[in-house]
Write a protein that binds this ligand. Structure first.
Ligand SMILES: [Zn+2]
Length: 290
């Protein structure tokens, strides 16, 4: 046996194995990892604090032991009437997030549309930055009284983060939130890159009467990329409340949840705050953020 040649061959084999491991690590997102070997994270978010969340969305989630994030407005009538039910949602491990007090939005949209339902006092175009900052702080205090939690995430109302004269308020609200969901009003997008995604503009997919299949396709884009997918729901089910055009059918909601539950080893479905805390920790570990 020629020892030097054997050692050289062994060395080459080891080198090859190492380079393969490095290539795989790069494909998974340059060293970024999800807990327990999951390939992607999914956040199910529900906006506006509706009875349909308490009556339909939460029972569907609880049935398969998945956790969601509920972005409740301070003036939600459901919150006013059923505060104990909302407290129970938090005790179940779901998240209640900030969605302002009065749901202000820009009346005039970038695409030329006008939101007729936006009243003058609710029009973000009539706000200045101190006013929206203090409204968000009041909403945080209200939610603290509800669930005793000091860390909070935000979902911008109508995905808007500008006030009068188009001034952006993101920088001013960073001290009060761990992360914020931007959403996407037309269609949706996964997070493309865990290193560069803006923690205060995390994109998502807005459900507009979609089927489970369409949402599963969206989720699987994130699995392929090794990143995360955020879904924004309004109504769940077809009876009660408004938003008929945004609602997802109850059975489609259940189908999506069943898929996520079946694939829980591959897909980490959890609250936006838990997922974003992991993202923040990973980015620090990898030296991407200070
Ligand atoms: Zn909303």
């Amino acid at each position: 046996m020629n020892m030097p040649r054997t050692i050289a061959a062994l060395g080459l084999a080891l080198l090859f194995m190492a380079s393969q491991a490095i290539t795989e690590a790069c494909l998974a997102g340059e060293g970024f990892t999800w807990p327990n070997g999951a390939r992607a994270a999914v956040c199910l978010t529900y906006d506006d604090g509706l009875d349909m969340h308490l009556d339909n969305a939460v029972p569907d989630l609880d049935a398969v032991n998945l956790k969601g994030s509920f972005y409740v407005t301070g003036n939600s009538s459901s919150l006013a009437r059923r505060m104990d039910d909302w407290r129970a949602v938090v005790r179940n491990g779901h998240e209640i997030g900030n969605h302002t007090c009065f749901h202000p939005c820009n009346r005039h949209r970038d695409n030329g549309d006008v939101f007729e339902w936006v009243t003058p006092e609710q029009n973000l175009e009539n706000y200045n930055i101190p006013r929206i900052v203090s409204e968000l702080q009041v909403a945080n205090t209200l939610l603290y009284a509800l669930d005793g939690k000091k860390e909070r995430t935000l979902a911008y109302t109508c995905y808007d983060h500008t006030v009068a004269d188009g001034q952006d308020f993101i920088d001013q609200i960073k001290p009060f939130f761990l992360a914020a969901r931007a959403g996407h009003p037309f269609g949706g997008e996964i997070v493309e890159d865990m290193q560069t995604v803006d923690l205060y503009l995390v994109p998502g997919f807005e459900v507009v009467s979609n089927t489970a299949e369409e949402l599963i396709d969206f989720v699987n884009q994130a699995v392929k990329a090794g990143t995360m997918a955020v879904i924004t729901f309004h109504g769940v089910g077809t009876t009660g409340d408004r938003y008929a055009d945004l609602n997802i059918e109850r059975q489609e909601h259940r189908k999506l949840l069943a898929y996520l539950a079946k694939n829980r080893d591959k897909i980490w479905t959890d609250t936006f705050i838990k997922v974003m805390k992991h993202v923040i920790a990973e980015r620090k570990r990898l030296g991407w953020d200070k």
